[in-house]
Design a protein around this ligand. Structure first.
Ligand code: 13P
Length: 261
């Protein structure tokens, strides 16, 4: 089992003041949870304030997207250098909202992943099928294609540095979570794709997060599955109580196992 990772994708929410308050409350609330990695990914406009608020904390900072060029005439875009400068360690890439609303292709996501690795970020690469694709029994085929194209041209050493987030689009913001069994089934499949790409040892090391209506009351069951290494949390990550509870509940099963030993 990999070290659990809980990442909060704040999407397009929070002012500077709200960011500082939310981070301070989260910091205090998860203080004792040292067995889990925690990342918050606020919007670009509050990254500097978030970075400052996270100073001396073990919570990492991530961005929600990034362009692949380092600088230039790319109006509206944010470069890897800029994210480094503000203190980001992680970057979410290929989120389904970017793929659907902003027409990002696997090829663009791949360029971003390669750039993120070049600048030593930990990319959280999102893949996942729509409801239509699942109902047409195409979920595995779609996930495989996104996996192969978004992660093309990565060598094994680079593969080890990525995090994959399986986010079924039908579960995002809908309150309709994949069952732990559905999540585990796809995570096992993604683990197999990793194995084929870079061998068993490496495949086991890559963390695969589940995303889609993760809440304090379903995280423990999801984390109970062997191939679920953590969660990418949307709505429940912008409220301090629910995010803290998700972080704490993510390690409940493991500590119960520890106590049994
Ligand atoms: P919700 O947790 O709001 O369903 O969002 C999931 C998500 O998109 C995380 O990236």
């Amino acid at each position: 089992m990999n070290r659990p990772l809980i990442a909060g994708n704040w999407k397009m929410y929070k002012s500077i003041d709200e960011t500082v308050n939310l981070i301070n409350t989260i910091k205090a609330g998860i203080h004792a949870a040292t067995d889990v990695d925690v990342v918050v990914c606020p919007p670009f406009t509050v990254l500097a304030a978030a970075s400052e608020a996270l100073r001396d904390s073990r919570i990492d900072l991530g961005a929600q997207d990034m362009y692949f060029e380092t600088e230039g005439a790319f109006t509206g875009e944010i470069s890897p250098l800029m994210l480094k400068d503000v203190g980001c360690r992680y970057v979410i890439l290929g989120h389904s909202e970017r793929r659907t609303l902003f027409k990002e292709t696997d090829e663009l996501v791949n360029k971003k992943v390669l750039a993120a690795l070049k600048f030593s970020f930990i990319p959280i690469v999102c893949i996942g099928e729509t409801l239509e694709e699942r109902e047409a029994r195409r979920a595995f085929e779609v996930v495989k294609q996104q996996f192969e194209r978004s992660l093309a041209n990565l060598d094994p050493e680079e593969m080890e540095r990525i995090v994959i987030a399986y986010e079924p689009v039908w579960a995002i913001g809908t309150g309709r979570t994949a069952t732990p069994e559905q999540a585990e089934q796809m995570h096992t499949y993604i683990r197999r794709l990793l194995h084929e790409k870079c061998g068993e040892e490496m495949a086991q090391k890559v963390r695969i997060l589940y995303g889609g209506s993760v809440k304090p009351d379903n995280i423990a069951q999801l984390m109970g599955k062997p191939n679920v290494d953590g969660a990418l949390v949307g709505g429940a990550s912008i409220k301090a109580e629910s995010f803290i509870q998700i972080v704490l509940n993510s390690i409940i099963l493991e500590s119960q196992e520890e106590q049994k030993k």
